[in-house]
Design a protein around this ligand. Structure first.
Ligand code: IMP
Ligand code: MG
Length: 193
């Protein structure tokens, strides 16, 4: 496996993530099979938060055996850097009407919880019947609001992570693993190299 020079430590390899996605999909399938309602539209809206959700959502989707529609939203958050900004905002809204629908929010990582809380409240406000949250990574120590994922892949340390959807200044989302970034090196890094 080729390791990017800005990596300090690889936490989860592509194979470990793939296995975890299967486990998560099994749990999600079971939940919706057990909780579907016959007299309504049971198709779940699988709502990914751009841009970080892409690799995780792509893997998870292929093991979902429930009927889904896919939707996306963009919520501003880190503004690119290592430190989180204060309050997230919706930059790009989803297309589907969520009234009376079951929504599964798909996120790369939950840190403070503000992003997911904002989206969850927004969807419930619009009349969603249920909103569940699945995240690949859960940085529980970063939590600033009362919010828990319904399903998470890995409990991660309070470090700046990159790869598998997670970026530093919009780059490194394509690394096929999740890693702790070398924060000292990253600040002085020139991408032209
Ligand atoms: P929250 O609102 O603080 O929970 O932040 C969630 C968002 O912040 C995620 O969707 C990521 O885009 C970003 N984020 C949180 N932690 C990291 C990290 O360690 N590396 C890169 N992005 C992160
Ligand atoms: Mg994100």
């Amino acid at each position: 496996m080729k390791i990017h020079p800005l990596v300090k430590e690889v936490l989860y390899t592509r194979e470990e993530i793939a296995a975890k996605c299967k486990e998560l999909a099994v749990a999600v399938n079971q939940y919706y099979h057990a909780n579907s309602q016959d007299n309504k539209d049971n198709t779940v809206i699988c709502l990914g938060l751009l841009k970080g959700c892409i690799p995780f959502m792509a893997m998870l989707l292929l093991d979902l055996e429930i009927e889904v529609e896919t939707e996306y939203m963009t919520v501003s958050s880190y503004a690119g850097g290592v430190a989180g900004n204060l309050n997230p905002e919706i930059m790009f809204d989803l297309v589907a009407d969520v009234e009376d629908r079951d929504v599964l929010l798909v996120e790369d990582i939950i840190d403070s919880g503000k992003t997911i809380k904002l989206v969850k409240d927004y969807l419930l406000d619009k009349g969603a019947r249920s909103v569940k949250v699945v995240t690949l990574l859960d940085k529980k120590s970063g939590r600033k609001v009362d919010l828990a994922a319904d399903w998470y892949g890995f409990d991660v340390p309070a470090a700046f992570l990159i790869g598998f959807g997670l970026d530093y200044e919009e780059r490194l989302r394509n690394l096929p693993y999740v890693a702790i970034a070398d924060v000292e090196k990253i600040k002085a890094w020139t991408w032209e190299k």
